[in-house]
Write a protein that binds this ligand. Structure first.
Ligand code: LLP
Length: 417
């Protein structure tokens, strides 16, 4: 068993007691299981083993260097969504030809850097961006490898904030306009057309939209092939969800079985950009109870030392994360609201959760926080970014130590104001 499980009564990460990690490194604390990351990565890689494929881990889910390095060591390639993520990928050991660069608003400087590096592909979001890339490459006397991001107008049945494949969303080029744009691209000597790309959305747990999106991409590839435009690969994006509530979700094999039949006909290699599926279940946010209160006729509140500044998903999307005490707390279960310390009513991790009588000093874990947890953390209320530890082989190491006030204030103290 990998990840977060109880050894008799104590919650552990791969057998290492979370309570001891919390005592050593303090809370709030992100804890990751290296074994769970390896297992999730390999499950996807194995599911697609029968077909030429490359997994480009989406750094946006978690770009802590130790985790990106771990994935690089497993043979993953990288999907970067900003200039910063490109630099992290390079530092983690990825070579430019293993990096794709996505993102809806790439700046001139980011494009210059991406073209200069010679990435595997820049995933192009619009005709204007294509034009800018072509000019940057022409000015430098080079050819930029590009993949066009198409918007297939398919409902991925996920939270509206993270659905990206609908006509009304800001992403990509409408699929029916793609062929025309490709013909135009083909005539630009500074562009090399490597592939077509789409990303339907995130936390997708129904396979049908992913299958239809793959079919749409294959249809477009055929049309392009008929027009004499030969691609290298189809990029199906990321999006495969995980189970936050212990309900079953499609396995990596189910996913492969739903998209590969369409893709096989194309003869083109497949690129995948999974983020959450690789790291989501492999991380937990560990927090201490700092206060509890209950007044006559009102709800019971359990206040933690972690809040929306460390894990914004519940506040931003109403996302559900299981919250479990790290050590057994004797006593009857009672409904309570588990909240953070931040001055906003949305800073609630869970309402009406049945919990034993937690008291200040008790430690809890918010599970499945490995993706879009630390990556979306902020310094709101001047709270330092939390520490992160990676558990591996029965031991642990800091992946990031807690930010200090001096580090937080450094860029401001440099000024004379
Ligand atoms: N590729 C592209 C172009 C993307 O935009 C994304 C995620 C991915 C790949 C990776 O998707 P994944 O496999 O992780 O679902 N903060 C939100 C999720 C935002 C996802 C944005 N794009 C959350 O916490 O649920």
């Amino acid at each position: 068993m990998t990840g977060f499980f109880r050894d008799r009564t104590t919650l552990t990460c791969d057998g290492v007691p979370i309570g001891s990690l919390a005592r050593s490194a303090g809370t709030p604390l992100y804890v990751y299981s290296a074994a769970a990351i390896r297992e999730a990565y390999r499950a996807l890689d194995t599911a697609f083993a029968s077909y030429p494929h490359t997994i480009h881990y989406a750094l946006k889910a978690n770009s802590t260097l130790a985790i990106v390095r771990l994935l690089q060591g497993l043979g993953s390639h990288a999907d970067a969504n900003s200039g910063g993520e490109i630099e992290v990928a390079l530092r983690a050991g990825f070579t430019p030809e293993h990096i794709v660069f996505t993102g809806v608003g790439k700046t001139h400087d980011e494009l210059v850097r991406a073209v200069g590096l010679g990435l595997k592909a820049i995933n192009v979001e619009s005709p204007g961006e294509l034009d800018r890339i072509a000019r940057i490459a022409a000015d430098r006397g080079t050819r930029a490898r590009v993949a066009l991001r198409v918007n297939p107008d398919i409902d991925s049945q996920t939270h509206p904030y993270i659905a990206t494949g609908l006509r009304e969303s800001k992403f990509g080029v409408p699929i029916e306009l793609a062929a025309g744009l490709f013909r135009e691209m083909a005539s630009r000597p500074s562009l090399h057309l490597a592939g077509i790309h789409l990303h339907l959305g995130s936390q997708i747990v129904t396979l049908d939209p992913l299958r239809r999106a793959a079919e749409a991409l294959v249809g477009l590839a055929r049309e392009l092939c008929d027009a004499g435009i030969r691609l290298e690969y189809l990029d199906l994006g990321g999006g495969l969800g995980i189970s936050y509530d212990e309900q079953p979700v499609p396995s990596a094999e189910d996913y492969a079985a739903s998209v590969l039949p369409a893709v096989r006909g194309s003869g083109l290699a497949v690129v995948l950009e999974p983020g959450r599926r690789v790291v989501g279940a492999a991380g937990a946010l560990v927090a201490s109870v700092v206060d509890t209160k209950q007044f006559p006729g009102s709800r019971r509140f359990v206040v933690l030392d972690a809040g929306m500044s460390e894990l914004i998903r519940p506040a931003l999307y109403g996302a559900f994360h299981r919250i479990v005490p790290v050590e057994p707390c004797p006593g009857p279960l009672e409904p309570c609201d588990i909240v953070g310390p931040v001055c906003e009513s949305s800073d609630v991790f869970g309402r009406d959760r049945l919990m034993p009588p937690l008291e200040p000093g008790d430690v809890v874990a918010l599970l499945d926080a490995g993706a879009y947890g630390s990556a979306m953390a902020s310094n709101y209320l001047r709270r330092p970014l939390p520490a992160e530890v990676l558990v591996d082989n029965g031991g642990w190491q800091y992946a990031r130590r807690r930010q200090t006030m001096a580090e937080m204030l450094g860029p401001e103290e440099e000024t004379s104001l």
